[in-house]
Design a protein around this ligand. Sequence first.
Ligand code: IPE
Ligand code: IPE
Ligand code: MG
Length: 216
Amino acid sequence: MLGHIGFIMDGNGRWATARDLPRTEGYKEGLNALKRVLNECAVHGIKVVSVYAFSTENNGRPSQEIEAIFKVVTEFNRSYDGDMKILYMGDIDSLPDYVAESVYFIEQKTAQNSGLTLNIALNYGARADIVRACKLAFDHADFTDSAIESRLASASLPPLDAVVRTGGEKRLSNFMLYESAYSELIFLDKLWPDMTENDVDAIVNEFESRIRKFGR
Ligand code: IPE
Ligand code: IPE
Ligand code: MG
């Protein structure tokens, strides 16, 4: 049963460029794709969806592009009115105030919601998260797997069953590295803004066809 799925939402810029649009248009369309994907995940009974929205490495992009991504995220946070529970992971405090405020606003507003949990990785890097968790565990002189795991940003979430990357690249790009140790990996050539409900159905079928062995 697919309980927690992660999406590396790649290919937004290429989607826009292919249409002679500025790359920034790809991020707006990416949000529409996310809404389709989330609706279909809920139909399949998936409880938690983690999405990679902005990596710490993405800070190296042109400022205009970074601002466009932050604007899409902020507008979503300010306007969302559904029943999902929305969480963020990443270095939120280092983001511009208007973005960070919108993050805290929506986390608080949706905290008691009973729908699907949407966990958004924003200004996130898995290595930094693992280092931070290790330092906390070290402070408590606790060096076990569970001590580290319980201090990751994803600690409150169920195990990550699958990671899907769109856009044709076959890498994790610093997304949930610890959590994905036994995740099923699914790579799609499709660009993120082209994702439909049918793609989610195919992902669920693919996941169910995999035999998970966990080393046994
Ligand atoms: C991924 O889309 C989303 C973010 C980095 C925010 P890209 O912007 O990397 O799109 P491509 O890979 O260049 O097409
Ligand atoms: C990963 O995509 C980050 C997000 C989807 C937010 P990138 O486009 O930044 O990854 P690389 O540079 O191709 O590895
Ligand atoms: Mg990319």
